[in-house]
Design a protein around this ligand. Structure first.
Ligand SMILES: Nc1ncnc2c1ncn2[C@@H]1O[C@H](COP(=O)(O)OP(=O)(O)OP(=O)(O)O)[C@@H](O)[C@H]1O
Ligand SMILES: [Mg+2]
Length: 320
């Protein structure tokens, strides 16, 4: 179906294919989760189907990187679809584009290209996309392994080597994904923060030109924040160090000391709160616990439902 010219013909419709994502994509440490993801893509029998797992975890923990590394380990081309709140069902599949000659050209999305070429598709930040768009993927994610493009009027079956994974983010700007879709996105793989050794190796890999002392300071900070259940991630560490290193090399006549540059980077990249982690963690705990209704003195002596509770507000029981 696909040919080397970057086009594919499906049921008489010519589709322009998307470009694969090419990068180094090395995954450092935490080999278990990489194995779990790769296991999802194995088929143990001709009648078996691969799984589409959900990768979840804090922002910047490495979800996207994990999927990139897994595709690389399989030596399959990787196509990344960045999901957003504006993604429409057809954006995920085939988009009609007016070509120079005034004709309609059909462009296959990264997802459809992966389906045609037998590549891996990563639906990145999947829960930023609304339910309607997810609905168009339901037949792809179950035994049917196909999508239907209304715009091009064709049904596209997935190549037997097609594999997929979805990353999900945990913040307010996301949608609730309906259960019938979630049940097709199994299993859930939770990407956790790296341990001290791995975190050091990750920072070193991304910033091979940084001094060991600064790497150590950053790892110390990140590990402390993981212990306190704060959300500072390897990405935060990488950004912080990049800025500090730039500040240190900026003016060779009046160089900023390592400690000063690092402190400044901490404040500018991660916010003033990051300077005192203990206090930030305490404040977070208080906010999280703050959702419960404050207890009054009477709550110590009476059950909330006790008719004798002085603050009981129960109109139903009133006799008229
Ligand atoms: N185990 C790891 N090996 C190599 N690099 C890593 C690893 N973990 C994190 N990183 C690096 O940390 C940065 C953040 O990772 P990534 O973008 O994958 O996070 P994410 O979980 O997808 O974040 P978001 O929730 O914002 O999408 C990247 O530069 C990535 O290369
Ligand atoms: Mg990501």
């Amino acid at each position: 179906m696909a040919n080397d010219s970057g086009y594919a013909d499906i049921h008489g419709v010519r589709l322009k294919l998307a470009q694969p994502y090419v990068s180094e994509g090395q995954w450092i440490g935490q080999s278990e989760i990489l194995m779990q993801l790769l296991a999802c893509w194995i088929t143990v029998d001709d009648a078996d189907l691969p799984l589409t797992p959900r990768l979840v975890g804090s922002p910047g923990v490495g979800k996207t990187q994990l999927a990139i590394a897994a595709a690389k380990a399989q030596q399959r081309p990787l196509y990344i679809y960045q999901c957003t709140a504006d993604t429409r069902p057809e954006d995920l599949l085939i988009t009609p584009v007016l070509s120079q000659g005034g004709e309609i050209a059909y462009h296959a999305s990264p997802l459809v290209t992966a389906m045609i070429c037998g590549g891996v598709c990563l639906l990145d930040e999947g829960n930023r996309m609304n339910e309607k768009s997810w609905a168009s993927l339901a037949p792809l994610l179950d035994g049917r392994r196909l999508v239907e493009s209304i715009v091009a009027g064709i049904t596209i079956p997935a190549h037997r080597d097609f594999r997929s994974a979805v990353t999900m983010n945990q913040d307010e700007s996301t949608f609730e994904i309906p259960d019938y879709i979630l049940s097709r996105l199994q299993p859930t793989l939770n990407v956790g923060f790296p341990n001290k050794q791995d975190e050091m190796a990750i920072l070193q890999y991304h910033l091979p030109f940084a001094e060991t002392e600064m790497l150590a300071m950053t790892v110390e900070f990140l590990q402390h924040s993981h212990e306190l259940k704060l959300d500072f991630s390897p990405r935060d560490g990488i950004n912080l160090m990049r800025y500090a290193l730039k500040r240190m090399t900026q003016d060779s006549d009046h160089p900023i000391s390592r400690d000063d540059a690092w402190q400044e980077a901490l404040e500018k990249c991660l916010g003033e709160d990051a300077v005192d982690l203990e206090q930030l963690a305490q404040r977070r705990r208080r906010t999280l616990g703050g959702d419960s209704v404050p207890l009054g003195l009477a709550d110590l002596f009476f059950d909330p439902d006790d008719p004798l509770h002085p603050d009981r507000d129960d109109d139903d029981d009133e006799d008229f």
